[in-house]
Design a protein around this ligand. Structure first.
Ligand code: SF4
Length: 243
């Protein structure tokens, strides 16, 4: 598929349900070139359920940053058991982690935005880039109303950072749609969601939200909302000063 064709497909996919979008992707691309990246958050659990019901052999992977919460590891285990499904786990490069620790210490993310982005780059972006370089299509669980940084995302788009076709089957869904699906289909989910964590990332960078706060207010809560992406889903190139 050429980059220019994506605009045409954006219109076509706009009318389809998430399951129809997933089936369309599987029909249009080689299965070996497609993978779904799951963070084990509620949206991604919905997609895991949909994908496995449509094609049990679909590739699913997750990033173990080394700083995940216990509840997230439990969610990985429960998902593997519930679906009897292999989930590939990606890890950061140990040399990168050692270098970053040596220079910046273990909790560099609280020191500055550049250092926080460096940590995300080492622990998330680089392992993801390694994986995506072997693929043509990347399926994600983004929703448009999760954050202002996601307001103009479509069901299909060309991702400039990773140079890959990105598919967002539930981009039009609301948070209620997600939880209705989870309860109706008995989908396993991260129990931090029951403790006011609507969006879950690494343990030191995620807190529960209060009444009236935005969904992603608990992610890097010390930063400006415009900066709140880790580089996985940002169309802006990350600025990393040193490493
Ligand atoms: Fe590092 Fe926090 Fe980013 Fe996780 S979310 S990679 S701990 S800065």
């Amino acid at each position: 598929m050429k980059k220019s064709e994506i605009t045409v497909y954006q219109r076509e996919l706009k009318e389809k349900t998430p399951q129809e979008i997933i089936s369309w992707v599987i029909d249009h691309f080689d299965k070996n070139d497609i993978a779904f990246s799951s963070s084990m958050g509620a949206e991604d659990q919905v997609l895991t359920d949909m994908l496995i019901k449509i094609d049990p052999e679909i590739n699913i992977f997750t990033l173990d940053t080394g700083r995940l919460s216990e509840e997230t590891y439990t969610a990985i285990e429960e998902t593997r058991e519930h679906y009897n499904k292999h989930i590939e786990i990606l890890f950061p490069d140990s040399n990168d982690i050692e270098g970053m620790f040596g220079k910046h210490g273990p909790n560099l993310f609280y020191e500055s935005i550049d250092e926080r982005k460096l940590c995300c780059q080492v622990r998330k972006v680089k392992p993801l880039k390694r994986k995506l370089s072997s693929l043509t299509v990347w399926i994600c669980g983004l929703r448009r109303d999760q954050a202002q940084t996601r307001s103009d995302i479509g069901a299909i788009e060309w991702d400039e950072n990773f140079e890959i076709i990105k598919i967002n089957p539930i981009i039009e869904w609301s948070e209620k749609d997600v939880w209705d699906y989870i309860h109706k289909n008995n989908v396993p989910y991260n129990k931090l969601h029951d403790q006011n964590y609507p969006s879950i990332g690494c343990a030191p960078c995620t807190r529960a939200i209060g009444i009236g706060e935005a969904i992603r207010a608990g992610r890097w809560w010390w930063e400006d909302p415009d900066e709140k992406e880790c580089g996985l889903h940002s169309q802006k190139k990350l600025l990393i000063k040193n490493k």
